[in-house]
Design a protein around this ligand. Structure first.
Ligand code: PEP
Length: 252
């Protein structure tokens, strides 16, 4: 039985004042998550500040990126997986489409970061997803397979015991366009099938979140699909009431 899991990706948003108000709201509403696991991923610079303000013991912490390099060293501007772990985080979002598109992170680099994260004891939230052009060109399955197989090649199928996958169609991120629950379910089932070709038990156990304009109004329908195990939430995770309403839909 997979536990529903909702994670908030704050992206590059927030100030101390804004975060204080958001975390105060999350603390007050955290019991709405019921049985769902919940995590928030603030900008790394604010993780310690969030952690000191967070009294809700059922909300875990993550970050949105780590360095590829497995050890500390002369990597100006980078943050290591071990530092993230040291600050009390459990999760790291990797392979987000914004990192792939804006920062040109390749499948190879992302796979290396997944490996680094696992070795440091973090749980990677591995984002995969197709652009609208790829979907319309009939390339959805090959794009997702390439993204997943690059990670299997690096960490082996056993690595997926420690990985959460987030299926995020790029055309649905921050656009207000959500995949229908049927479209999302179809891809989630495809991803599970892909992993099942390597190992059925691991495929059945892996949590696959949906991400892309999830809102309180559509969360319940998405989360009722058999292969959707929660969500990775961008915009709506910046509003405590909306985020906890989404968590509530997952925790019912
Ligand atoms: C995201 O960036 O991971 C995301 C899903 O964003 P949004 O919910 O705003 O579409």
């Amino acid at each position: 039985m997979r536990q529903m899991f909702v994670a908030g990706n704050w992206k590059m948003h927030g100030s101390k004042a804004e975060i204080k108000s958001l975390v105060t709201g999350l603390n007050a509403l955290s019991s709405r998550a019921g049985n769902a696991k919940v995590a928030i991923c603030p900008p790394a610079l604010y993780v310690d500040y969030v952690s000191r303000s967070l009294s809700a013991s059922n909300i875990e912490l993550g970050v949105q990126n780590i360095a590829e390099e497995p050890v500390q060293g002369a990597y100006t501007g980078e943050i290591s997986a071990e530092m993230v772990k040291d600050l009390g985080c459990q999760f790291v979002i990797l392979g987000h489409s914004e990192r792939r598109a804006i920062y040109k992170e390749s499948d190879f680099e992302i796979a290396n970061k997944v490996d680094t994260a696992i070795k440091a004891g973090l749980t990677p939230i591995l984002c995969v997803g197709e652009t609208l052009e790829e979907r319309e060109a009939g390339e959805l399955e090959s794009v997702i397979s390439t993204q997943i197989n690059a990670v299997v090649e690096k960490v082996g199928i056993n690595g997926f015991k420690k990985i959460v996958i987030a299926y995020e169609p790029v055309w649905a991120i921050g656009t207000g366009k959500t995949a229908t629950s049927a479209q999302a379910q179809e891809v989630h089932a495809f991803i599970r099938g892909l992993l099942a070709d390597y190992d059925t038990d691991i495929a059945n156990g892996v949590i696959i979140q949906y991400g892309g304009s999830v809102k309180p109004a559509n969360a319940k329908e998405l989360f009722s699909q058999p292969d959707i195990d929660g969500g990775l939430i961008g915009g709506a995770s910046l509003v405590a009431e909306d985020f906890m309403a989404i968590c509530e839909a997952a925790g019912e």
